[in-house]
Design a protein around this ligand. Structure first.
Ligand code: FES
Length: 106
């Protein structure tokens, strides 16, 4: 069993049993106080914004241009940790990945 450790918008830490081969967003969207993912993973809404824990940042593929532009325009953007969770395919090598759901933007 592989898992993702999620700190939700209420600050609760939740361990999620994850599925490889689908996006990080799809693995965490059903949680309470998690990402909204309004566009369903089309890289057009930025409501799947997360902060990846420092330990894991380098283990992920870099942002593609589209993701970089969209998340870079977020009010809560953090250059090192911000990612769009719909743009990261979860793999077994990412077992234990820790992330924090970014605040909602209004
Ligand atoms: S779900 Fe909309 S950009 Fe990720």
């Amino acid at each position: 069993m592989v898992k993702v450790i999620v700190t939700d918008r209420e600050g609760q830490v939740v361990e999620v049993e994850a599925q490889a081969g689908i996006s990080l967003m799809e693995n965490i969207r059903e949680l309470d106080n998690s990402v909204d993912a309004i566009c369903g993973g089309l890289c057009s809404c930025a409501t799947c914004h997360i902060y990846v824990d420092s330990h894991w940042v380098q283990k992920l593929p870099p942002r593609e241009e589209e993701e970089a532009l969209l998340v870079g325009g977020s009010v809560n953007y953090d250059h090192e940790h911000s990612r769009l969770s719909c743009q990261i395919i979860f793999t077994e090598e990412l077992d234990g990945l820790a992330l924090t759901v970014a605040p909602e933007e209004f």
